[in-house]
Design a protein around this ligand. Sequence first.
Ligand code: PMP
Length: 359
Amino acid sequence: MIRSVGHISAMSPYALAQLDAPKGMPLISLSQNESLRPPSPLAIDAAAKALEAGNLYPDPDWGDLRAALSRLHGIPADGILCGCGSMELISCITQAFADEHNSVLAPAHAYPFFRTAAQIARARYDDAPEEDKRVSVDALLAAIRDDTRIVFVANPGNPTGTRIPRAELVRLREGLPRDTLLVVDEAYAEFTDHVREPVFDLVERGDTVVLRTFSKAYGLAGMRVGWGLFPLEIARELRKVMNPNNITIAGQAAAKAALLDQGYMRETCRETARLRDGLRQRLLQAGLNVPESFTNFVLIHLESPEAAHHADHALRAEGVFLRPQAGAGLADCLRVTISVADQIEIAASLLERLAKEGL
Ligand code: PMP
């Protein structure tokens, strides 16, 4: 038998949701934080046109997309790297900057892929307690060890949906050693742009990275396009680890067109916020514990892991798939992605019924 190397054979693969609706029932997937709308029609058109151009490899430097990102956000194009989803960037950052001699740190209820990336790189993974499902800068700073090389925080957080004010992020950065890389993962930033300040300027310090993605507000999850702003020396190292030609020709064209259609993206965010806040109010009225969310999902905090398991199974039996959160250390929680109104209506009614039955 041919064995994988020790640390890989000891790991489990990153768990994505298994979505099998009961026979004859339509599948309602509220589990992967996809957008409630398809991508902008301009993005669909651009992807098709890019494919019609012939059998070409994609631009390995993502030139057009980087120029568009640079113009829109007022950031330097040469600090931008694009990944096959921001997952590729998270993976490559960890491979390039951590190994078995050091450690990676994140908040207790962080996006679980940070842990997977650390495992692949053989780095130890530490987590710092949160306060009421909010990132605690004090706890992160207290958990720093001499060998902590990378700190990951998602803002807003997944699965918590909570937000870290800019001043707190700055305090975190200033409290970290200069040789510890801070990665601020802003996958859900667009859903809360109106209440937050961008943090791209922290990248100028040389020790901080900001990641974003086209998978959420821009509706391009299936195209796999993420990006980040990096200090130049860090970008140079990362390119050694990244897959050349990582983003398809259609993905690059679609992302650029989606970016230029800001009105469409904002409308997606408005509709998402409207349905999200409406769902939250209904669930609160039904007596459920649902913290305020700044993303395209809400987190329901149930009485116990058993109650979460029961609710998850009851909804699955009706073809509705939420996302259990044991992987993020929240076995008593279920996450609901905000999808179109009629799907949210079905999920809300089922959850109200379960709450009435005492869950
Ligand atoms: N970061 C966070 C916090 C996420 O929730 C996700 C997707 N679930 C990602 C990164 C990865 O997104 P993608 O690879 O699709 O860009």
